[in-house]
Design a protein around this ligand. Structure first.
Ligand code: HEC
Length: 692
């Protein structure tokens, strides 16, 4: 039991080619038109190239003032909405927490069906993170596909909302779980999985959409050499790792981005880093550690390796490359290039040739101090040696960008009309410090970047960056207060849409960044908006609801107080006049907490125990999660729940709901000390809510 909980501590923070073939297939731009101009948003990234660009232009920079609410719909989700909706033939398909899947009428917002795969916390305690996060579904020929936190890939009948087939794509007992959206092409469904920082070995699998039969599997890092390598690619990667038992680190999980390229019939895989982050421990005699932090191209039919580009060789900062990979045709220095673009966590924007994986150009799109640039000849970063904290005398380094990344999974968008990539970026540092007993493999990190009252701390920690990928320079940017703003949509109406961590949904002029429109939506946004049309009317759809790693690990930064409301879909169209819902935040509904009766010492002991007993892992650091949901914010406990404290914490009375019993790990006195700490936190919140 204790080792299981210990494992929980190691938890994510946050958590193609032949010419004749090409000619037989539609070109990417035709493909884009085929998928999007029909008025549908049929693929995760809008089109296969994941441009997240809508060719619809009825709503544009001239008439955006007439954009109004067509409808809104509440979505059952206890932890926000992270999924990109798929919209085909007037039906919206959306996933939420615990991989629940819904179909809504795209014209009215009425729920058509709801499929519950019955992911439950008590059957996958370790995977509880994965259980609460789902970034989307795929739709193909009448079936909706979803991956679950307990490792299943499920095909659902798109009309009826009933299960067609199900297959186990990973082992939840080995800490695997699926949070990312599957991608689909040519009767094949591609799916990755996550939890590199719980030691899993990453891979991507392709399945037949009709039968669920496995077609191929690509391993992103090598396994135990004694068992023999699966293929030459794995053997080649193994040469880049050193030490004994290095393979036990696993890593390289493909937890988010996969991009299918119809022009080269290639699948691109974006990979994670691995623990321990201290490279000296992970691979003590050096080595690049393939394929961590990489973009890997594999043949979509066979899963065979084609090429790779590693963004951060021998990573020490969790600068993974799981971010969106967007495909485009660009003219650079008078030559046409078929490129892949990525703005990964490390702060550099990469333009890569899709044919062979060669780096065309790279430049930093936010403040960066871990590297001075990228050497175009070798494709390798020109590192600042001081950033490798484990080599410094004091074992520490303050590094830009932060562990959260200059850009995380929140989708970016490329407009072929303006030629700009719109990146939801953030600008923060992280201090890394060697510390023997630190949770994440001996490295302590400050999740907030700045100390309280830090004079260095800028007012604004995020910005929407309009980046020219040809000149590798910023065209415009708009700053915002909190990091963790939502994903981006660009449209042929010369508009760029983005939701923010302050609970606003905004539109900007695509070429200048002028803010043309903004509405309050009651909760922070994370995922990208989409656009579709029905009966010649264009809609903009926003999936709203604060969730994900920031909610869990850095609640102060994840959403402002007024942006912690429920999960909802909001559909907007021209001249619509529906009323917005009333916005109630958890702060409005906090019951009066019990009076504090414990001593200062007891409260302090409770605070420490709250960490040690990993309550914070599920209920948030310092019990500062938010109200409602699968993992309640303990400061909002009702009076009767306070009375049941002992039965819940020691007696296991909520075991089947995922709240384990801690009776083997602590005494009654310990439990009471934690209770005193929680009461203290609840009173502090109550006071701050009621003195404003
Ligand atoms: C693995 C995740 C996890 C960990 C670790 C965890 N909890 Fe929970 N806890 C839950 C879940 C899930 C619920 C909701 C159960 C339900 O729906 O009734 C919950 C509910 C509770 C409740 C009831 C709250 C309410 O308002 O209904 C209390 C009290 C509680 N937990 C205390 C603790 C304490 C104290 C610790 C540490 C000793 C802890 N929990 C550790 C997952 C966790």
């Amino acid at each position: 039991m204790f080792t299981r909980l210990n494992l929980l501590c190691r938890f994510r923070l946050l958590p193609f080619l032949v010419l004749s073939f090409v000619m037989m297939r539609p070109t990417l731009s035709e493909e884009l038109v085929a998928t999007n101009s029909s008025g549908n948003w049929s693929l995760h990234g809008g089109d296969h190239g994941e441009q997240r660009f809508s060719p619809l232009s009825q709503i544009n920079d001239k008439n955006i003032g007439d954009l109004g609410l067509a409808w809104y719909a509440d979505v059952l989700s206890i932890d926000g909405l992270l999924a990109t909706p798929i919209v085909v033939d007037s039906v919206i398909y959306l996933s939420s927490t615990f991989a629940n899947v819904f179909a809504f009428d795209a014209k009215t917002g009425e729920e058509i069906w709801h499929f519950d795969p019955e992911v439950r916390l008590d059957t996958s305690i370790i995977g509880s993170w994965a259980s609460r996060v789902n970034r989307g579904v795929a739709l193909f020929e009448g079936k909706v596909f979803v991956g679950t936190g307990d490792c299943r890939l499920i095909a659902i009948d798109a009309k009826k909302g009933t299960k067609v087939w199900e297959t186990l794509t990973c082992d939840p007992l080995q800490n695997y779980g699926v949070t990312g959206a599957p991608r689909v092409a040519d009767n094949k469904i591609f799916i990755g999985n996550g939890s590199s920082d719980m030691g899993v070995r990453g891979y991507v699998t392709a399945y037949d959409t009709n039968t669920g039969k496995q077609l191929w599997r690509f391993w992103t890092v090598p396994g135990d050499p004694e068992l023999g390598f699966e293929n030459d690619t794995v053997a080649m990667a193994a040469k880049t790792w050193t030490g004994t038992d290095w393979w036990k680190n696993g890593g390289g999980a493909a937890w988010d981005s996969l991009t299918y390229d119809p022009e080269f019939n290639q699948l691109y895989i974006g990979t994670d880093s691995a623990l321990p982050w201290d490279t000296n421990v992970r691979s003590p005699e050096g080595g690049d550690n393939l394929f961590l932090n990489s973009i890997v191209a594999v043949d979509a039919d066979s899963g065979e390796y084609k090429w790779h580009y590693q963004t951060v060789p021998a990573d020490a900062w969790d600068y993974n490359a799981n971010n969106q990979m967007t495909l485009a045709d660009l003219e650079i220095d008078g030559k046409q290039h078929k490129v892949l673009m990525q703005a990964p966590k490390n702060g550099f924007f990469y333009v890569i040739d899709r044919k062979d994986g060669k780096l065309i150009s790279a430049n930093n799109y936010v403040r960066v101090n871990w590297a001075k640039g990228i050497d175009i000849k070798t494709g390798r970063p020109i590192e600042n040696p001081a950033a490798r904290y484990y080599l410094n005398d004091d074992g520490r380094a303050r590094v830009f960008p932060s562990i959260w990344g200059a850009h995380n999974w929140h989708p970016m968008s490329y407009s072929p009309l303006t030629g700009l990539v719109y990146i939801p970026a953030q600008d923060m540092p992280t201090t890394y410090r060697l510390e023997k007993d630190a949770m994440l493999g001996g490295v302590f990190i400050d999740l907030y970047g700045y100390k309280e009252n830090d004079p260095d701390r800028p007012q604004n920690l995020s910005k929407l960056v309009a980046w020219d990928p040809v000149t590798q320079s910023e065209r415009w940017s708009v700053e915002d207060s909190l990091p963790f703003n939502g994903g981006v949509l660009s449209t042929a109406g010369q508009l760029v849409f983005e939701g923010t961590a302050t609970g606003h949904f905004k539109a900007f002029k695509a070429d200048t960044g002028e803010n043309l429109w903004s509405v309050k939506v009651g909760s922070a946004m994370r995922t990208g908006p989409v656009s579709y049309s029905i009966d010649d009317e264009q809609y903009i759809l926003a999936a709203v609801g604060w969730g994900g790693a920031s909610r869990f690990q850095a609640p102060q930064y994840g959403a402002s107080q007024g942006a912690r409301g429920p999960s909802r879909l909001f559909a907007f169209k021209l001249d619509a006049k529906a009323n917005m819902p009333e916005f109630v935040t958890p702060a409005d509904i906090q019951p009066l907490p019990p009076a504090q009766t414990a001593s200062k010492e007891t409260i302090e002991r409770g605070a420490v125990l709250f960490e040690v007993m990993v309550c914070s892992l599920c209920h948030g650091q310092d019990a500062r999660s938010v109200g409602g949901g699968s993992v309640p914010d303990l400061r909002y406990m009702r009076p009767e729940t306070h009375k049941q404290w002992k039965e819940i914490v020691l007696g296991g009375s909520r075991k089947e709901m995922g709240m384990l019993s801690f009776s083997e790990l602590m005494s009654e006195e310990d439990a009471e000390a934690i209770h005193a700490f929680v009461i203290e936190q609840a009173n502090e919140l109550y006071q701050s809510n009621n003195t404003k």
